[in-house]
Every structure is written in C-alpha cells, then in structure tokens.
Design a protein. Structure first.
Length: 405
C-alpha cells in the first residue's frame, strides 16, 4: 500500500510538471510569434531607405538638371524648407536628355546687369490738374528681377503750370541702379508735334536696294486696308509679309484682312510669309498662341519663317517679367512652331536687339532699322528699311523690306 501510494504520487507530480511545461511552452511560443516579422507587401508599403543628403543628390544630377535648378532659383522660385521630406521619392536620377544645342540657355548665375529703360520720354506733357503717372512715360526691366524698384527724385505739382525737373532711379535686388533725368511740363493744353516722315517711292527703293542677291518687298496688315496686289506686283514688289493675327490684351485674334491678303498676294505671284503680333507673358500663353495660329494657317505653304513680333515695351513692367522671361517666350514660340514643320524667327529693332533680346537666337532675325544703311552687326535675313513707303496698289504708308538670300 505504501509502495503503490508512492507510485501514484510520482505519477501526479509528473502530470503536473507536464501541464506546467506545456503552459510555459505555449507562452514562449506566443511571445516568439509576436516578434516574428511580417512579410512586406510591395504594392502597399515602401521599405524605409536611409536618408540621402542633399549634397549627395546634387552630385548625381546631370548638367541639364543642374542648369534647370539654377534657373528656378534666379527666377524667384523656391522650395519651402518646412515641407516634409518624402524619402520614397529619393531615387537614383535617370540620365537627363541632352538639351538641343540650338536652344538658348536662360541660366543666370549672377545678376551683373543694371536695370534698363526700354522706353523713356524725356520731356512729357501733363495737362494741368491731371495726375502725374510715371508709368505712362517709361518702360523698364531687369535681366533677373521681375520687380524693379523705381524712385522719383523731385516734385511735380500738376496744379501749377511749369517745367519740373526730376530724376528717375531704377534699382534691382542686387543693388544695381540706372538713373535718367526727365523734365515734366505741366501745360494748359497738350500740343503734339507732327511725326517726322521720310516718304520713299518703291521705284527709288528698288534702285537703292535691289541687287542680284536681294529681293524687295513689303509687310502689311489691316492698317493698309484693301490692297490691290496685282498693281503691287506690277510695281516691282517680289514678296509680302502678312500679319496673320496676334494676342492683344489677353485676347487671341485673326487679322481681319489676313485671308484675302494671303490669297491675293499668292494669286499675284508674290512670295509670302506671316507674322504674329505677340504680347504673351509666359510659355503657356505662347503655346496657346501657336496652336491658334496654326489653326488659322491650316497648313498654308509659306516662303519665309513665321515671325514673332513683340513690340509692347512701353510700360513693360506691368507684365511682371524679366528679360530672360521675354527671351524664353520667343524660344518657346520657335520650338512650338517647329513641331508643325515650319521655322520661326524674331522681328525687332536694332535698339531692342542690343538691349532687350539678350540671349543668342537660333535663326537670323528680321531687323527693323529706319536708315539708309544699317550698321547692325548681328545676323539678319531681312531688313525693314522704312515705314513710310509709297507703292501703287496701297493707299497710304507701308513698310519696305529687303530680303537677303
């Protein structure tokens, strides 16, 4: 009996230990099971990468990307330092496509150029009692800064007739200044002097500028009203540049005489080209303009490049652009036009070619310089020599042009 009791006691102890052991094993397995890592669902979760320093990223960026970053900084665009870092967007940069060599670079590293006056009236008249607004008499810009400070030194009392000398100071963010003097004349009645004109007949124009390597022609728009191109051609005219339309005060338009002008000019045997009156302020507007222009053109064959004609330099500051913005707008126009199989060029005067159009242009320009012999040194394929031309078939003045080939 004592022996069997010991055996039963031993069996009970072993059973108890077995239960305890099973419980301990269960607890341990649960703990280990919770610590076991779950598989990463690559469609919904992104493994955390080690943060990459901004310097390491910049060293991996190609030359083109680096140029674009520099442009953004100089155009006043910046990335907020308070934005959260998105680690999963840090990737090995892909090779950037090589920028077309013909496209002008708008990279600006340092602002070394003082702001300039694009238009300036040295002796404006203000009617007594009217307010004096300096922006009616000047236009100005800087190569980098989109907002140039303007200061007037002196006083203009428009309640009293008299001459008031003042100085106008332009200052950019880099501290560069440009100063010009102005005399404001407060008058009882504004008197406008008649414009000085130098009429020129087409016969004289032919005699002076027609050679074995040049052709002579005209450029026209609605301002010439009805044109008899048969008589124009009979007078010796060999080509016509025709305004197709433009962008004015935010509105796209087609020149009211465009369709009949291009049809009648071609019917008369003239070579033809078209020009676009531009007032766009950013590449998005330029693209919209080109799309509109192409819809109007409708695949018409042209003998000359499509011309970008920007002339709105008076009160230029209201556009909120710098000079590099202006030049990039033209470059965008050129690229967009080429997508449709045409070429493009810039029209401008000698003065603005030297001061406003500050980047190199891919194609020779159409130069406006009203003189008997231009001394402009840059490349041009056409020269607008006069705006007071007289030719049979047109009532009134018309521009005369020389094409070099």
């Amino acid at each position: 009996m004592k022996k069997s009791g010991k055996i039963l006691a031993t069996i009970g102890v072993l059973a108890f230990l077995t239960v305890v052991g099973a419980f301990v094993f269960y607890v341990i397995s649960q703990i280990l099971g919770k610590a076991e890592p779950k598989p990463v669902d690559t469609l919904t979760e992104t493994p955390i990468e080690m943060p990459v320093s901004s310097n390491e990223i910049k060293e991996e960026v190609t030359d083109v990307s680096a140029q674009e970053e520099t442009v953004s900084e100089n155009e006043g665009e910046s990335v907020s330092e308070n934005e959260p870092e998105v680690i999963e967007e840090v990737k090995e940069p892909e090779p950037a496509p090589e920028a077309p060599k013909e496209e002008p670079s708008t990279e600006v590293i340092n602002d070394t150029m003082a702001p300039i006056f694009l238009t300036f009236s040295g002796s404006p008249q203000v009617k007594v009692g009217d307010a004096f607004d300096i922006h009616k008499y000047v236009g100005y810009a800087d190569d980098v800064d989109r907002e140039v400070d303007i200061t007037i030194n002196g006083t203009v009392d428009t309640s009293v007739v008299g001459a008031y000398p003042i100085s106008i100071v332009l200052t950019d963010d880099a501290g560069h200044t440009t100063v010009k003097d102005m005399t404001v004349n407060v008058v009882t009645d504004i008197v406008s002097a008649p414009p000085v004109t130098i009429p020129e007949t087409f016969a004289d124009f032919i005699a002076n500028y027609k050679t074995d390597s040049t052709s002579v022609g005209i450029d026209v728009s609605r301002w010439q009203n009805e044109i008899d191109f048969s008589r124009v051609a009979a007078a010796g005219c060999e080509f016509a540049y025709i305004r197709i339309g433009g962008f004015d005060d935010g509105e796209l338009y087609t020149d009211r005489y465009y369709y009949q002008n291009i049809q009648n000019a071609k019917a008369a045997g003239l070579k033809v080209g078209i020009y676009w009156h531009a007032e766009d302020k950013n590449p998005e507007e330029v693209r919209a303009c080109v799309n509109y222009l192409m819809a109007v053109l409708n695949g018409e064959h042209l003998d000359f490049p499509i011309v970008y004609d920007w002339e709105d330099f008076k009160n230029f500051e209201r556009y909120g652009m710098n000079l590099y913005d202006l030049n990039e707008n033209y470059a965008t126009f050129e690229r967009e036009v080429e997508k449709f199989g045409y070429s493009a060029c810039l029209y401008s005067s000698k003065n603005y070619m030297l001061n406003a159009w500050i980047t190199e242009k891919k194609n020779p320009i159409w130069l406006a310089h009203y003189t008997s012999a231009t001394n402009y040194q840059g490349p041009y394929f056409m020269w607008q020599q006069s705006c007071w031309g007289q030719i049979d078939g047109i009532a009134g003045d018309v521009d005369f042009d020389v094409w070099y080939y």
